[in-house]
Design a protein around this ligand. Structure first.
Ligand code: ASP
Length: 291
């Protein structure tokens, strides 16, 4: 990666951290902080979510997202939606404005329209950079999901946030364009509560990135919570077991960020790097990419 590009990614991460942190400092809820952080990353064309989503096999950009509030145990999610500017906002509207947890496709789009969620034309989501990545795979029948496929400048780019607020509540949100050249209609782990996203005040808030299929099969985010609840592991111990052992055994490349209600936070990955950042009232304020 060029140093300019690295700088741009770091700036994007800081902006997201600041967007979430500003709300927390103001005494607002963790669930609103994770929304704000994810929204900032969805609006940033560098990240594979919202505006910068990758292209699927048919050249369309279908997005997945979810959000969960650890205080109430409520959750909202969208799968394979198109033209939604901020899928995390739609997931939140489903959580707070319907009796459902997950909507997809046209029904999700209509729900968005009814609830005043912003939509955008296809060209809003277009970038030469993503199109070139797709061109590398177009017609090969392969997607970024295949282990032998290396795409220039891409591994995983899903965005996510976890937060703990002043009131002791935690929340998690995740948003993604999925994997380059994916089959249209394919849904990854990001919108699946328990796989890509999970939050429970009793244990932890987790948001994952990585190869979605193994993450779904391993019920990854919930597994961290279970290891904490049933086995008494700490957040970091549980994340290490899941990411560095269980996922590795099933070829599940990726990582996750997590926080618990006591303020412990961790970021664990089994890849070369993971774009990540952390900010807290303990004075920590950092972004990093590699190990
Ligand atoms: N987990 C996402 C998916 O499988 C991809 C990613 O994390 O970049 O859709």
């Amino acid at each position: 990666m060029t140093s300019d590009k690295e700088k741009a990614y770091r700036t994007g991460l800081s902006e997201a951290l600041n967007a979430g942190y500003a709300l927390l400092e103001n005494g607002e809820a963790a669930v609103d902080a994770v929304r704000a952080a994810v929204l900032s990353l969805e609006d940033n064309i560098l990240f594979n979510a919202g505006r910068g989503s990758v292209f699927g096999r048919d050249g369309s950009q279908e997005m997945d997202a979810s959000i969960m509030d650890g205080k109430t145990g409520m959750a909202g999610a969208v799968a394979a939606v198109k033209n939604i500017r901020n899928p995390v906002e739609l997931a939140y509207a489903i959580m707070t404005g319907s009796e459902h947890v997950m909507l997809n496709g046209q029904g999700a789009y209509e729900f968005a329209k009814l609830h005043g969620i912003k939509t955008e034309p296809d060209n809003y989501f277009f970038s030469e950079f993503r199109r070139n990545q797709w061109k590398q795979l177009q017609g090969t029948g392969k997607s970024a999901l295949d282990h032998d496929v290396e795409i220039k400048d891409e591994k995983f780019g899903t965005v996510g946030a976890v937060a703990l607020d002043k009131h002791g509540n935690i929340a998690a949100a995740t948003s993604t364009g999925g994997m380059t050249n994916k089959q249209y209609g394919r849904i990854g782990d990001s919108p699946i509560i328990g796989a890509g996203t999970y939050a429970n005040n009793k244990t932890c808030a987790i948001s994952c990135t990585g190869h979605g299929e193994p993450f779904i099969r391993a019920v990854t985010a919930y597994d961290v919570s279970c290891l904490m609840e049933y086995k008494g592991l700490s957040l970091e111990e549980a994340m290490n077991v899941v990411v560095l052992d269980k996922l590795v055994k099933i070829d599940g490349e990726g990582g996750m960020i997590g926080v618990d209600a006591k303020g412990n936070a961790a970021m664990v990955f089994n890849t070369e790097g993971m774009y990540r950042g952390m900010r807290g009232s303990n004075g920590r304020n950092e972004v990093s990419i590699y190990k």
